[in-house]
Design a protein around this ligand. Structure first.
Ligand SMILES: [Zn+2]
Ligand SMILES: [Zn+2]
Length: 278
């Protein structure tokens, strides 16, 4: 675990050094003060080519098989309805964190000596009441709606998945140093979330495993596929592509996590997002 996380940290560090200038444009958005559903990152009018060619062959795949992948502990549950999946999540990570209250059994002080830049943010993990209603038969939406501030998806362990934006005035690349040893952190209000690879999940489930769902119903997989670690160049503008997966032998659009910005999603949802209350 530490060595894996260490290399990831170094990746971040190199990344910060080499690319911070290039991505400054992406750092002005709002995550922590405006966590509700309005989208304030730019909607990209897509000139995508490869994906639209496949419009007629994707969409409509029943994703209900993924319901059983969620942990179904006290922190998360999924109800499968005719047209949607309703995921209720308390957003309580099943791994240790320096952001749990010190009297919580899952509290662990930050113990990754290889990131001397780590700095605890002032928030603690607090139980949430997130309900996501996600299309059961996700379909491409050519408007590719921007992902919202706050949760844009949910991981199998009940933790919210956020996009690549930081709070106003904050730089997401500096916020990397507030991520705990499992690469998450809480926002004001206590909502714990991942912007990047949730290494606890990829370590326990596998680096190629199904990790969670975005609000549009398309699944998120880990960074590895056929023993190869993917890069952004392997993916489209929305950070995914179409082919078969173990859960979908007929093929499905799916997102992949990569080590580089934007990590989980790119220029908006591939499909039509469902809705979220919290
Ligand atoms: Zn954050
Ligand atoms: Zn893939």
């Amino acid at each position: 675990m530490p060595s894996n996380t260490y290399s990831k940290r170094m990746t971040h560090k190199n990344f910060i050094v080499t690319l911070s200038i290039l991505i400054l444009f992406a750092c002005s958005d709002d995550e922590d003060q405006n966590e509700t559903t309005e989208a304030s990152n730019t909607t990209t009018t897509s000139s995508n080519n490869s994906t639209s060619n496949n419009t007629s062959t994707v969409g409509g795949t029943d994703i209900s098989i993924l319901a059983e992948k969620f942990y179904y502990n006290s922190a998360v549950s999924v109800v499968v309805n005719d047209d949607n999946l309703v995921i209720s999540a308390k957003d309580l990570p099943d791994h240790k964190s320096a952001y749990y209250n010190t009297n919580n059994p899952l509290y662990e002080s930050y113990n990754e000596p290889n990131n001397p830049s780590f700095k605890l943010n002032p928030n603690n993990i607090l139980e949430q009441d997130i309900v996501m209603t996600i299309p059961r038969f996700p379909k491409i939406d050519n408007s590719h709606e921007a992902t919202p501030m706050g949760p844009m998806g949910i991981a199998v362990n009940s933790v919210a998945i956020f996009n690549q934006m930081a709070a106003p005035g904050d730089d997401i690349l500096e916020e990397l140093n507030t991520f705990d040893q499992y690469e998450g952190h809480p926002a004001p209000g206590g909502i714990y979330h991942y912007h990047i690879e949730p290494v606890w999940l990829t370590q326990t489930l596998g680096e190629d495993a199904f990790i969670g769902l975005l609000l549009d119903g398309f699944p998120v997989y880990g960074p590895v596929e056929n023993s190869i670690r993917l890069t952004n160049d392997d993916l489209d503008d929305y950070h995914g592509h179409i082919h078969d997966t173990p859960e979908f032998p007929e093929g499905i659009y799916h997102y992949h996590i990569t080590d580089e910005l934007p990590w989980i999603n790119g220029d908006g949802f591939y499909g039509t997002p469902g809705n979220i209350t919290r």
